[in-house]
Design a protein around this ligand. Structure first.
Ligand SMILES: Nc1ncnc2c1ncn2[C@@H]1O[C@H](COP(=O)(O)OP(=O)(O)O)[C@@H](O)[C@H]1O
Ligand SMILES: [Mg+2]
Length: 240
């Protein structure tokens, strides 16, 4: 199977802190890869580096066979890589339709049609003319995913998509992510809600203090002692 993304020996320091400590992994086309780890483990930093919002100190990012290290986010979007943010970013004073139109305006005359199609995919077709400020938290999260989908990504990076969703919204988001998978959109998902993630992920990476400490199936992850220790904080908090 073709590798869509290859990350090699990424290192990122913030002053004396190593936020990304020699991380390497790859993702195959159509795969759903989960990334977990305690707060501060470096998950979001890793996304920011891959998607061009931060430059790594060293290491390489290969996207569809091309070295894209240091490339700007908008360039990566045009190559087919898009991310969402942990804190939702939408145009609050614009409608759902307008929010979904913006990404395709530059390259499609049919941007309104595209927006309508995406609204359907994210189950917001009833709210096309609703201003984003009037949406619930769950609907805003769906909209942020829709904006990412409107760029027609081949690889989508989702940062905690399930955070703050109620059980009904979880089921809906499951459907949306499943549909993306059917469309062969490769997914990398950072998530704290492990049950929700493990339902979707083919494979899971575990980060702790910037390091990749485990890689395996969801079943393997829950059995691994290093992972359990990372979550219980029995390492790194020792007073010895
Ligand atoms: N822009 C930044 N400047 C300085 N330190 C940062 C910056 N972004 C993240 N960090 C630090 O890097 C570490 C990893 O953060 P982050 O990637 O947000 O972790 P996670 O998403 O796993 O919770 C944390 O210690 C955080 O405080
Ligand atoms: Mg984070």
């Amino acid at each position: 199977m073709e590798e869509v993304l290859v990350v090699k020996n990424l290192i990122k320091r913030f002053g004396g802190l190593i936020a990304t400590d020699d991380v390497s992994f790859s993702v195959k086309r159509g795969e759903c890869l989960g990334i977990i780890g305690p707060n501060g483990a470096g998950k979001t930093t890793l996304f920011s580096i891959i998607s061009g919002f931060l430059k790594p100190d060293s290491g390489e990012i290969i996207f569809k066979g091309q070295n894209v290290t240091g490339m700007k986010p908008h360039k990566l979007v045009s190559l087919g890589m898009t991310r969402t943010f942990q804190l939702i970013k939408v145009f609050t004073h614009l409608t759902v339709k307008e929010n979904l139109s913006i990404p395709s305006m530059a390259h499609s005359k049919n941007y309104e049609k595209v927006a309508e199609k995406i609204a359907k995919k994210i189950h917001l077709e009833e709210y096309l003319d609703t201003t984003a400020t009037n949406l619930s938290h769950g609907d805003l999260k769906k909209l942020s995913i829709g904006i990412a989908l409107a760029t027609q990504p081949e690889l989508i990076l989702l940062d905690e998509p399930f955070a703050g969703l109620n059980p009904d919204e979880v089921v809906e988001l499951d459907d949306i992510i499943d549909e993306m998978k059917k469309d062969r959109v490769t997914q990398i998902i950072i998530e704290h809600r492990l049950r929700e993630l493990f339902n979707l992920a083919d494979r899971v990476l575990v980060l702790n203090f910037g390091k990749l400490i485990f890689e395996g199936s969801p079943e393997e992850v829950v059995k691994d002692i290093k992972v359990v220790e990372a979550y219980l904080g029995t390492k790194g908090e020792s007073n010895a």
